[in-house]
Design a protein around this ligand. Structure first.
Ligand SMILES: Cc1cc2nc3c(=O)[nH]c(=O)nc-3n(C[C@H](O)[C@H](O)[C@H](O)COP(=O)(O)OP(=O)(O)OC[C@H]3O[C@@H](n4cnc5c(N)ncnc54)[C@H](O)[C@@H]3O)c2cc1C
Length: 442
């Protein structure tokens, strides 16, 4: 391949305490707590709104915030949950965990602006300048051109661990032996659904799906895994339907190919629902996501890799920054009935906790190996593949995001590195904002 060497001078637009890359649930939480702790914060987001998969990606519902007894995502997760429900109003037809994306976008905007963080949408983080184990500047590219932001602490909330990877942190991606990854999903919004008729009909969507596979009348790919339509309004549903098998979110060629494929194939679901599901006779596709829904890419290796043994043990750690409980949810990498049966067994049996059970998340999962001023948060934190299948959902990302934000603030206050802080003080600060830390022995 032909290569060129390219260099130019660019302005350092600001020097801040904390730079946050990516404005998904993890990045937002990190930015909010760091700014509220009095730090100067710059948060850069590629998209036109904050929220990542939950807004641009149109994910229609939050997974569990609690363990059936305790609200595990206390702190920012609880604040978002409560404030979004205030905006939705009482008796919202989608229930407490549904996500009307426009309301969530507005809420994130408001909270970030009120926090005093500098927010920069439509801003790509494209590179870093490193000195030893520290990232000194972050290179951004936006409509005005290239610019740099200097930062004492850097939080990688890109989902893909872009910054940590560029800075040289080791990572794993997908299944250790084969590299296979969960498929993505281009989520969607659908209108003109008669939910009363649907519920009265007591139709089993899965049985109908298998019936249509038998007939071969609708789908070009017989994918048995169908998370489904989630109600987000009176006659509106959010579709977590269809899989983009083999998509790699760290490669724009792969993303482009799968976005084009997914958009072109959503009409198959429209045909299926219209034909087979009562109440959906007039269903209309309103919108597909502005982001391909990505469940899995890099897992940055940190000082501890939270693994399935920890999950099974309901592990407790001295340095835990939160606890979580969602089952291991690894979508099969191929549309294969055998793989789907294995998924169901794991998701519904092996990986399911009883009430009040949860696993601890050590602070060491947020500290990438070899880096002194970078923390990771969200779906790219240091876990094995199975635990990523649990911790990746949005309430889990609020938990790791707020911990990264407060750890960065604490490191700045003590003029030290991410590893130099006293984790007990971090836990105290987390408790002060409402985190669930029953094992913190302060
Ligand atoms: C199809 C699908 C269905 C899901 N269903 C659910 C569900 O029902 N409930 C649930 O709770 N969770 C669900 N999840 C999981 C959850 O939505 C994600 O794992 C979660 O949003 C991850 O949060 P994050 O902040 O780590 O990353 P993301 O939400 O991916 O956000 C990362 C943000 O960083 C930005 N970004 C990335 N790279 C850069 C860069 N270089 N420069 C600037 N910005 C950048 C992106 O634009 C994005 O906004 C689902 C995920 C998918 C894909």
């Amino acid at each position: 391949m032909e290569v060129i060497s390219y260099s130019r001078e660019i302005p350092v637009r600001a020097n801040v305490d904390v730079f946050v890359a990516g404005g998904g649930p993890a990045g937002i939480s990190a930015a909010l707590v760091a700014a509220r702790a009095g730090k100067s914060v710059f948060i850069a987001e590629t998209g036109a709104c904050f929220g990542g998969m939950g807004t641009s990606g149109l994910i229609p519902v939050f997974m569990q915030f609690g363990d059936g007894i305790n609200f595990l995502a206390g702190g920012i997760g609880k604040e978002i949950y409560d404030k979004l429900n205030d905006l939705k109003g009482p008796n919202h037809p989608g229930g407490k965990t549904s996500i009307p994306a426009e309301l969530l976008k507005k809420l994130y905007d408001r909270l970030l602006v009120e926090s005093g963080a500098t927010i920069s949408l439509m801003t790509n983080v494209v590179d870093i300048v490193k000195e030893g184990p520290n990232v000194k500047q972050i290179i951004c590219q936006a409509k005005s051109g290239f610019f740099a932001i200097g930062a004492k602490m850097v939080i990688d909330g890109t989902g893909d661990g872009d910054i940590a990877t560029w800075a040289g942190a080791p990572y794993e991606k997908g299944e250790p032996d084969t590299g296979e990854m969960m498929p993505g999903t281009l989520c969607s919004v659908w209108a003109d659904i008669d939910f009363d008729k649907f519920h009265e009909s007591q139709t089993n969507v899965r049985e109908k799906l298998l019936e249509s596979f038998e007939k071969g009348d609708v789908f070009t790919v017989n994918d048995p895994h169908h998370p489904g339509m989630f109600r987000i309004g009176k006659h509106i549903a959010g579709g977590n339907i269809g899989h983009a098998f083999g998509v790699d979110s760290t490669d724009e060629k792969s993303l482009t190919e799968h976005l084009v494929y997914a958009r072109a194939h959503l009409h198959e679901f429209e045909n299926f629902y219209k034909k087979y599901i009562p109440g959906y006779e007039n269903v209309v596709l309103v919108q597909s996501g502005a982001l391909m829904g990505i469940r899995e890419s890099r897992r940055i290796i940190g000082d501890y890799i939270l693994d399935m043994d920890d999950f099974i043990a309901r592990a407790i750690f001295d340095d835990e920054i939160g606890r979580y409980a969602y089952p291991v949810d690894i979508h099969p990498s191929k549309p294969d009935p055998v793989k789907y049966a294995a998924f169901e067994k794991e998701f519904f049996k092996v990986g399911r906790y009883g009430k009040g059970e949860s696993y601890g998340i050590p602070y060491r999962c947020l500290t990438p190996k070899g880096l002194d001023n970078v923390l990771v948060a969200g779906r790219c934190v240091s876990t094995d593949r199975k635990v990523q299948g649990s911790l990746r959902v949005m309430p889990g990302c609020y938990i790791t995001g707020q911990a990264a934000g407060l750890a960065a603030a604490e490191a700045i206050d003590k003029n030290t590195t991410t590893r130099g802080i006293d984790v007990k003080i971090l836990q105290k600060r987390l408790l002060d904002i409402g985190a669930f830390l029953p094992n913190a022995n302060l």
